[in-house]
Design a protein around this ligand. Structure first.
Ligand code: 5AD
Ligand code: SF4
Length: 488
């Protein structure tokens, strides 16, 4: 079976490019690979912009070409996302009946689910209103270098050796393969020299980073000669060539690179979250105080059926250890509702664990059977969609409550932020990210370039954002200014 391919065409600004990368990550997690030639892609995404002049004409022109392409290749699937979709939905629907999915700027993370839905039901339009603005970032994506100059994704590992029964990644991505330690450090050094000051380390299971490397080193005859490049210098520091987890070392090594001010990573698997990682996060100032720790379910029997390798109690212990070790830690998670066989009691446990964990942010997903996964064969235990939908809403209430409480608790604090650009909701405001990965909007008399570091007093909060006032500018971005010729 050859993998389906995708191509994304981005119109407009850097924020849109950022969203496109999220969509790319989602499509890749669903088993698609980038098309070598955009004209042959199986799935085409048009991530639109309504700010630039003529953007709508360009979009409808492109859609015209795609209509002809779809007549020749009926399997071609088209997604239209972004600002124009958000603002111009009726027109778009009227003029582009051949589009499979239309989604807005607030539900980018739903791209793959909606694509699956459209295969069942025909064209789908889902636009969220602003009150539901969320999912500003998406976890666990294998994505390429961000198109934002000050910030870059660094893929440290591909594939996954776990066997979560709902997940298609191991089937489409194969075994875990780590990139050599020295290569990664050298890449981060290059990025830093280029003006990047924020990196996000990406892998399906970052905490097992390097397991394959150290195993291979231990067996190699003349391993010592290139240990430092392959697996770093620390793992074999003792003569027994004892295998030690490399992720904590990697975090420390990339944090030490001159010019790197923020290090993020996603995602660690709770079963592999080790004390060394917590220590490394706590000790390295550059590592951001944010942890994405996917819970998936709060019921031990569902966790077993999912093959997650931990119980709810163990998850909460790991979480407590992380919070105890890392000052002012924000925690986000992923939770799946309606896994086959999930009873009311199982779901009550998920609600209870979610309430106890007090997440800052939860990405909640409705279980969707993916062909080729074990859970897709549990059709006899699929949960009634009406029940799943009611549970989804209930869970949302619980996770929104803790998110709002966490955000409100920050009112009155001064946060260090990195500016991302002009706010999508209000062009008088700038949007920025705190070290905890929270979105913070603030007014500024001068337009600050993306990548500017500033301190901002938090004065207001919602479940998915903070708002505040500029206190002072800390540093201008060091990267070169890119002339926005782009894409569109
Ligand atoms: N159904 C629903 N959610 C899923 N995820 C992965 N596979 C599925 C599926 N088959 C969710 C998990 C994972 C996130 C990236 O996507 O919560 O952590
Ligand atoms: Fe999928 Fe589980 Fe691997 Fe994550 S850890 S990619 S959910 S199999």
């Amino acid at each position: 079976m050859t993998a389906k391919t995708y191509a994304i065409r981005t119109f407009g600004c850097q924020m849109n490019e950022h969203d496109s990368e999220r969509i790319a990550g989602l499509l890749e997690a669903d088993g698609l690979v980038p098309a070598l030639d955009a004209d042959s892609a199986d799935v085409v995404v048009l991530n639109t912009c309504c700010i630039r002049e003529n953007a709508d004409n360009k979009l409808y022109g492109t859609l015209g070409h795609l209509k002809t392409a779809k007549e020749e290749r009926p399997g071609l699937e088209i997604i239209v996302s972004g600002c124009l979709a958000q603002n111009d939905r009726e027109e778009l629907q009227r003029r582009a009946g051949h589009v499979d999915v239309i989604l807005g700027t607030h539900n980018v993370h739903r791209a793959v689910e909606l694509l699956h839905q459209s295969r069942e039901t025909g064209p789908v339009l889902e636009i969220w209103d602003e009150a539901l603005e969320e999912a500003e970032s998406f976890p666990s994506a294998l994505a390429v270098r961000r198109e934002i100059d000050y910030s870059a994704w660094v893929s440290i590992q591909i594939g996954c050796d776990n066997t979560c029964t709902y997940c298609i990644v191991p089937a489409v991505r194969g075994r875990e393969l780590s990139r050599p330690f020295g290569e990664l450090v050298a890449e981060v050094e290059r990025l830093a020299a280029d003006g990047v000051h924020e990196i996000t380390l990406l892998g399906q299971n970052v905490n097992s980073y390097g397991r394959d490397l150290t195993l291979a080193r231990r067996e190699a005859v003349d391993a010592a000669s290139d240990d430092a490049l392959i697996a770093g210098s620390q793992w074999a520091a003792d003569d027994s060539r004892r295998i030690r987890p490399l992720f904590a070392d990697l975090l420390s090594a990339v944090s030490a690179v001159d010019g790197i001010e923020r290090v993020r990573f996603t995602s660690p698997h709770p079963k592999d979250l080790r004390p060394e990682t917590i220590v490394s996060m706590a000790e390295n100032d550059a590592v951001c105080n944010h942890l994405h720790l996917p819970l998936q379910s709060g019921s031990d029997s569902i966790l077993t059926a999912m093959h997650r390798g931990y119980t709810a109690e163990r998850y909460l212990e790991k979480l407590a250890a992380a919070r105890a070790g890392i000052e002012d830690l924000a925690v986000s998670t992923d939770i799946i509702v309606g896994f086959p066989g999930e009873t009311d009691d199982d779901f009550e446990r998920t609600l209870a664990v979610a309430a106890e964990a007090e997440f800052d942010l939860a990405y909640t997903f409705i279980f969707s059977p993916r062909d080729g996964t074990v859970a897709a064969t549990y059709a006899d235990r699929f949960v009634d969609p009406a029940i799943v939908s009611a549970r989804f809403k209930q869970l949302h209430t619980v996770t929104e409550r803790s998110a709002l409480a966490k955000h409100r608790a920050r009112i009155g604090r001064v946060e260090e932020v990195v500016v991302e650009g002009v706010s999508k909701r209000n062009d008088q405001m700038l949007s920025s990210r705190t070290r905890q990965n929270k979105l913070l909007h603030f007014a500024s008399a001068t337009a600050l370039r993306a990548g500017t570091r500033a301190s901002v007093l938090v004065t207001d909060a919602g479940a998915h954002y903070l708002a505040g006032e500029l206190v002072e500018i800390l540093a201008a971005p060091r990267h070169r200014i890119r002339i926005p010729v782009s894409a569109g």
